[in-house]
Ligand binder design. Sequence first.
Ligand SMILES: N[C@@H](CCC(=O)N[C@@H](CS)C(=O)NCC(=O)O)C(=O)O
Length: 237
Amino acid sequence: MMSGNREFRRATSTPIVVHHLNNSRSQRVLWLLEELGLEYEVKRYERDRKTMLAPPELKAVHPLGKSPVVTDGDRTIAESGALIEYLVERHGNGRLVPAAGTPEKLRYTYWLHYAEGSAMPPLLLKLIFDRVESAPMPFFVRPVARGIARKVKHDFIEPQLDTHLSYMDGELAKSTWFAGDELTAADIQMSFPLEAARQRAGLTASTRPHLHAFLERIHARPAYRRALDKGGPYDLA
Ligand SMILES: N[C@@H](CCC(=O)N[C@@H](CS)C(=O)NCC(=O)O)C(=O)O
């Protein structure tokens, strides 16, 4: 695996490139690469200030035009869970992944998928309905639009968020990291929903002490801090 990696790097002689959008999920890919000590380049893209969407140039890299996307030689890999798996398998030399067949590996796979598949949807809905609630609109539709937004948040989104946050906090009461006692790439993948929950969903030291302690722990890691320097603005409000 190790020599294969070296051959691959030599054969392509191009660096790993992270197509990075400011204030976004791709920050965790930079963190992963820093933890692995790999060389890479960052190509930065700026969100449109009004719509918050990625610029059209990202569609030249991948048809969805979203970030993160990584190019590695002639490969283009999108979808953060898939590309985190790719990077650790291709370049990790066994680091940040539990051994195959262990209970930790099963937990690792679970959290790697849970982050985008289950944790992010209610957080995204919260963001959208918060925006509906505060968006400028003609005075005669404002009370109706705001009333609907508040009801959807109260009846559906907030209970969902509460269930997920309690669940995650309870899991981190059992072990230091999501897959067990060692940091894995699943923790890196999980960092984004937790950062978003801290900004948007009331995750605090008093409400979710284990999740809050997790965030404090990752923020203290030198690799996390180096990744912030490379990525630029990372504000999920
Ligand atoms: N599930 C995808 C989500 C990708 C995604 O939605 N990325 C956001 C950044 S956090 C994005 O590119 N937003 C800008 C846009 O949609 O134009 C992943 O994990 O990679």
